[in-house]
Design a protein around this ligand. Structure first.
Ligand code: MBD
Ligand code: FE
Length: 282
């Protein structure tokens, strides 16, 4: 059981996600003053237009200011932006690809997960809850060539919807691992089926969701980064048919091509899923 100060609060999760972003990502882009001016002006003009169109009041303006301050205080800029904005950045970035579909990365990736060969079991607790799941597939080029030595980097939440390194009390690499495809481009991952995920509701992101009477759910999903030498890395997610939120994901990150087709296994009450990845040339 977690004590009061070890709870998976939005502030604790947000602080981890913000720290992760500061550590892992490059925060500068080679953006010219002309382009900064263009983008900043158009975003601001869209805000001005909304204010005029809907006759926004001083009270509403001050509520917005207070809320923006709170997003930062809760460390929730990675969460808020990845949930509400990243899907369009991904759409633009990957529009020209011919291989497998990508989708958003989200705020909870951690680089450096343990290497587990071409077949293995994700690190998990002895008591790990959830339906056993075997996920296997092949990595190929768009020309159909199996890619041996490709990397399949997978991360997903546990049966309670929590991610290791972002919620407290979970072993560091729980349900995270990297696989290297065998000579035929194949990989096999033993894990548990992740639960539907509700984004933290006690922080600023939860506050706007409540204030707008939206819901905070993402359908159950696996996160993946698949890469191979001389090919473009693909960041994606896979989903399970029948999830109540496949059609109204709060993060707008579901695509029909990313739906799995689970089969029940004979023994053990588990499921077997197969999915192949096709990588574009670099
Ligand atoms: C998640 O698990 C996630 O995948 C996204 C996109 C946002 C918040 C939590
Ligand atoms: Fe996720």
């Amino acid at each position: 059981m977690t004590s009061i100060d070890e709870k998976a609060t939005a502030a604790a999760t947000g602080a981890s996600a913000t720290e992760r972003f500061r550590t892992d990502k490059t925060h500068t882009a080679d953006t010219s003053p002309e382009r900064v001016s263009l983008l900043a002006r158009e975003v601001l003009e869209a805000v001005h237009e909304t204010i005029r169109k809907h006759q926004v009041t001083y009270a509403e303006y001050d509520a917005l200011k207070a809320w923006l301050i709170q997003v930062g205080a809760d460390g929730e800029w990675p969460l808020f932006l990845d949930v509400f904005v990243e899907h369009v950045v991904e759409e633009v970035a990957n529009a020209a690809r011919e291989g497998s579909k990508g989708t958003i990365e989200g705020p909870f990736y951690a680089p450096g997960a343990p290497w587990l060969g071409s077949e293995g079991t994700l690190p998990m607790r002895d008591s790990e809850a959830g339906t056993p799941m075997t996920f296997h597939g092949q990595v190929r080029s768009v020309a159909g060539k199996p890619l041996s030595g490709a990397t399949v980097d997978i991360w997903h939440c546990d049966d309670d919807g929590f991610y290791a390194q972002f919620a407290p009390g979970i072993p560091e690499w729980n349900l995270r691992g990297r696989f290297e495809t065998d000579e035929n481009g194949n990989f096999t991952i033993h894990t548990i089926q992740p639960a539907p995920y509700q984004i933290p509701t006690d922080g600023a992101t939860g506050a706007i969701i409540r204030a707008a009477n939206w819901h905070a759910w993402r359908p159950a999903h696996l996160h993946l980064k698949v890469s191979a030498p001389e090919h473009l890395l693909i960041t994606t997610q896979l989903y399970f048919p029948g999830d109540p939120h496949n059609d109204d994901d709060i993060a707008t990150a579901v695509k029909p091509e990313l739906m799995l087709d689970p089969k029940k296994t004979e023994e053990g009450g588990g499921i077997d899923v197969e999915y192949d990845f096709v990588l574009d040339p670099a």
